[in-house]
Design a protein around this ligand. Structure first.
Ligand code: BDR
Ligand code: CA
Length: 329
């Protein structure tokens, strides 16, 4: 019997999306039914090509990639190519995949997959445009979903696009607002900046990858160099924050992060555009629609990530992890 969990990854690859894809693809617990692409870090067509590059790297071009929304629901599209590179992969010059073409109709793929495969988990790693469109057309499409885990928003941490807004919710605030207002049958597991900011790929961790899987190391090194430089220039950080893989790691090991249930709404306009407002004092007396992550075990994350993506050997990893993480608080 196939006991693998069916998953859909809706994403905007994207440097950290690509690392999340690698983690999911290297995890035997998951059957990646399809990858759906939304415009975000890069326009959707570029994102689709990047998903194919990741699939090619791990010999999984059998997994279909679907292009979805090219524009947010209402606001003009603003990519994050300043941080992810013109090609969305840190200007890494990885040749395009020509043997397979991405499909279209990401939204109907999401709807059909959720309908036909009860128990599917949906990961949303980009702006929520595709998910909002799926729900607008079919408000019940999440009826049989198992989990919905979204990288986006923040609770107490500051934003990365404005003092209060995280990019995915800021990029398409109407989509985020709509999705959170739907009283979905599953709680939205909000993996926001409070926790993802703590996941920093440092030069030391990258250096360790060199001693594990050479091909994977080359790929990660190529796509993250630009991101490293951006973090140094803008934040004086050595390394780069990788947000998206934490969603996958948390789904694989729920003990790796924790949070609390609350009602969350998304602001759409003015200085609070894209802010996730968490009613942690229950002012609004509204049903909980989300589970907001607040704490993450960084050591457990890196143990999982390195052992799966880089195939780092368990006892060596336990020995080396304290060295990799000792200077991070
Ligand atoms: C989110 O925005 C994107 O830049 C990343 O891929 C991540 O999904 C972080 O704010
Ligand atoms: Ca992303």
């Amino acid at each position: 019997m196939n006991t693998k969990k069916n998953i859909i990854i809706d994403c905007d690859p994207g440097i950290d999306d690509s690392l999340a894809l690698l983690l999911a693809l290297q995890s035997e617990e998951f059957n990646v039914v399809g990858i759906t692409i939304v415009s975000g870090n890069a326009p959707a067509a570029i994102g689709a090509q990047n998903a194919l590059k990741v699939l090619q790297l791990v010999n999984r071009l059998d997994i279909p990639v679907y292009i979805g929304a090219e524009e947010p629901l209402k606001v003009p599209f603003e990519s994050a190519q300043d941080t992810h590179g013109e090609d969305g992969l840190g200007n890494s010059q990885i040749p395009p995949v020509t043997s397979v073409q991405p499909k279209t109709e990401a939204v109907s793929f999401i709807q059909k997959t959720l309908q036909q495969n009860p128990g599917t988990t949906v990961f949303a790693l980009g702006p929520l445009t595709n998910i909002a469109l799926a729900l607008k057309e079919d408000p019940n499409c999440f009826a049989e979903a198992s989990r919905f885990i979204a990288m986006g928003g923040s609770y107490l941490s500051h934003g990365n696009c404005s003092p209060v807004a995280e990019y995915n919710f800021w990029c398409d605030p109407e989509a985020a607002k709509f999705v959170f207002s739907q009283n979905l049958p599953v709680s939205i597991e909000m993996v926001g900046l409070d926790v993802t900011r703590k996941i920093v790929l440092t030069p030391t961790i990258l250096e360790y990858m060199k001693h594990t899987d050479e091909q994977i190391y080359q790929f990660i090194q190529q796509i993250t160099q630009f991101y490293f430089d951006y973090h140094w220039e803008h934040e004086t950080v050595l390394g780069c924050v990788i947000n998206d893989p934490l969603t996958i790691a948390y789904a694989l090991d729920p003990t790796l992060a924790k949070g609390f249930n609350s009602h969350v709404e998304i602001a759409t306009t003015g200085i609070s555009r894209g802010q996730s407002i968490v009613d942690d004092h229950n002012f609004w007396q509204l049903p909980n629609n989300s589970y907001i992550l607040t704490d993450v075990d960084q050591t457990a994350f890196w143990h999982l990530f390195l052992s799966r993506v880089c195939k780092a050997e368990g006892s060596q990893l336990s020995q080396v992890l304290p060295q990799l993480l000792e200077v991070r608080s």
